[in-house]
Design a protein around this ligand. Structure first.
Ligand code: ADP
Ligand code: MG
Length: 571
């Protein structure tokens, strides 16, 4: 038997794994399974290029065997296997790009926050993650084309041993001796069939080889033919092989072959919603970056949407292996309600979040997705108005905030999605629809801000504008005024508050008449100013009223509602 020390770097990584926090531990299975899948890919590739291999692809599979009594979980594959030297190189040193990257990232994080364990969950951390759940690991392997087998074994800390052993078939068996439960950490679950099946579903569902487990089950015995009326059903235990992963992800199938029901079922299971989504966007993109995506627009905001707990993001897969659960960079803030997955073989499994952010592919995909989401929302607005209004009720505020934030850089993208209440239609309208209805001579898009549409309809300033046949947008939500300010104009047509003194442009005659009226009524105006004093800036004759006698307007560029708002937030 050979005894070896780990390389210094490997030791550090192992140390980190052993002491990792509880929530990360479960990803060990994803890592071991993905290695097994890689090993089978390698063998399959060899078979493509080498006639001698004579491989039957359908025989390739990953077998999981939990043993509760022996406290072991065995992961077996019939992939390419490892020679003595490969075992030593691959499992004894960090030489591979993935782990190297991880190590660098770790050093960076340690400097920044003093806690490197936080990044484990985001990485393809590789084989050593086995030590998060196991205190002893053996790897028995027989390489393709070799007639000897070797066993690698380690308790993590000190080093590993290598010795020859017996193995009849090509491939690798990894035996994890699962740690005992402690007060803080539970490991028993990794020996339980249902939990293992759950982890496979969660992380490795789309691995394209079957992941099988002999499941222990029980069933009712068939009723004997001569059973009498007093027959009581009997149960029996039995074992059955089950494939735990579905292998073909929904998003890899052609759109035309997926039923609406399948899309909805997937959504509800995956995102824990009880209601069908409003819409699904299934994308198969080819070109500079190839990817598949399946995006959902929920029918309502999840319960934690407005809390800090809510994390936006899409699941990111690389050839069927989940590499990030919530990839935030794939979604802009204003579409943070979108759920879904992106799968692209252009990403490597070992890519770190930090690296990912800077990849060109990710940016290309994010930009495309943003366009697709907008297009789908516009389609709903046009063709399925009821659904769109439901969407608007749930997420409209998010869109409005999007218009206002980042100094308005998203406003061109988002303005088409906005809805406001129309004085003319008595319901919500888009700005494009408003503009379509504008009489030719109308110069502005009129709006009024206030508590509710009923109150705004009674506004004295609004009457004259409505009388002209012009439509007014009643803005009743807090961000609305800011939205209008951020937009400024829509395709060259500016917004105008109904209480702006220039709301209706005056002709020269009107101006002259007004001046004369002011002259005639000077005593009344002076009286008002004297009586009210500093409470008002001035009293003046105005043409913005029709049947109303008097109204208050704001001084300067901000409207009265704005002033009220600022008084509320900053009294
Ligand atoms: P990575 O998968 O990023 O290369 P890992 O730490 O997960 O890093 O694995 C290290 C190496 O060990 C792999 O690159 C592979 O060469 C080898 N390996 C691990 N598991 C297996 C396996 N089941 N069959 C064959 N080789 C394996
Ligand atoms: Mg790996």
């Amino acid at each position: 038997m050979e005894k070896k020390e780990f390389q210094a770097e490997s030791k550090r990584l192992l140390d980190l794994m052993i002491n990792s926090i509880y929530t990360h531990k479960e990803i060990f299975l994803r890592e071991i399974i993905s290695n097994a899948s890689d090993a089978m890919d390698k063998l399959a590739y060899k078979a493509l290029t080498d006639d001698k291999v004579g491989l039957d692809r359908s025989q390739l599979k990953i077998t999981l065997t939990p043993d509760q009594i022996g406290r072991t979980l065995t992961i077996s594959d019939n992939g390419i296997g490892m020679t003595h030297d490969e075992l030593e190189q691959n499992l004894g040193t960090i030489a591979r790009s993935g782990s190297l990257q991880f190590k660098q990232e770790m050093a960076k994080q340690e400097k920044a926050e003093g806690d490197a364990t936080d990044i484990i969950g985001q990485f393809g951390v590789g084989f050593y993650s086995a030590f998060m759940v196991a205190d002893h690991v053996t790897v028995t392997s027989r390489a393709y084309g070799s007639d000897e087998a070797w066993q690698w074994a380690s308790d993590g800390a000190d080093g590993y041993t290598l010795e020859p052993c017996q193995k009849d078939t090509v491939g690798t068996d990894i035996v994890l001796h699962i740690k005992a439960n402690t007060d803080d950490d539970h490991y028993d679950e990794y020996l339980e069939q249902y939990r293992i099946a759950e982890l496979v579903k969660k992380y490795s569902d789309y691995i394209h080889y079957p992941i099988v487990m002999l499941m222990h089950k029980s069933r009712q015995k068939p009723r004997p033919e001569d059973a009498g009326d007093d027959y009581k059903p009997e149960w029996e235990d039995y074992d059955e092989w089950e494939t735990l992963n579905s292998m073909v992800p929904l998003w890899q199938r052609p759109k035309s072959e997926v039923k609406a029901e399948e899309y909805n079922q997937f959504y509800k299971e995956k995102y824990g919603d009880w209601e069908d989504p409003l819409s699904v966007i299934h994308i198969s993109a080819e070109g500079t970056v190839e990817y598949k995506a399946m995006l959902y627009i929920p029918a309502h905001a999840p319960y934690d949407f407005h809390s800090r707990e809510y994390q936006k993001g899409l699941q990111l897969y690389s050839s069927g292996v989940l590499i990030m659960d919530k990839c935030a960079d794939l979604l802009p803030e204003h579409f943070r309600f979108v759920q879904g997955v992106v799968d692209s073989q252009d990403f490597s499994l070992n890519i770190s979040r930090e690296m990912l952010q800077h990849t060109r592919q990710l940016k290309v995909i994010a930009t495309n997705l943003e366009k697709k989401i907008k297009a789908e929302l516009l389609r709903l607005q046009k063709d399925e108005r009821e659904k769109y209004e439901q969407f608007w009720k749930a997420f409209g505020t998010q869109i409005k905030v999007g218009v206002v934030s980042d100094y308005g850089v998203h406003k061109d993208l988002l303005q088409d999605l906005l809805l406001f209440f129309s004085s003319k239609e008595g319901k919500l309208t888009s700005l494009a629809e408003y503009k379509q209805r504008m009489p030719e001579e109308q110069k502005y898009i009129y709006y009024a801000c206030g508590e509710d549409a009923g109150q705004l309809a009674k506004l004295p300033q609004a009457e004259r504008i409505r009388d002209k046949g012009y439509e007014i947008l009643y803005l009743t939500e807090e961000p609305d005024q800011f939205v209008v300010d951020a937009l400024g104009a829509v395709d060259g047509v500016s917004f105008k508050s109904v209480d702006d003194k220039d709301a209706l442009p005056e002709t020269d005659e009107e101006k002259a008449a007004l001046e004369q009226k002011a002259e005639e009524n000077k005593p009344v105006l002076d009286f008002l100013k004297q009586t009210l004093g500093d409470a008002i800036k001035e009293a003046r004759i105005s043409q913005i009223l029709k049947s109303g006698a008097v109204c208050l307007t704001a001084d300067g560029p901000i409207t009265l509602e704005m002033e009220k708002y600022f008084q509320r937030v900053d009294p």
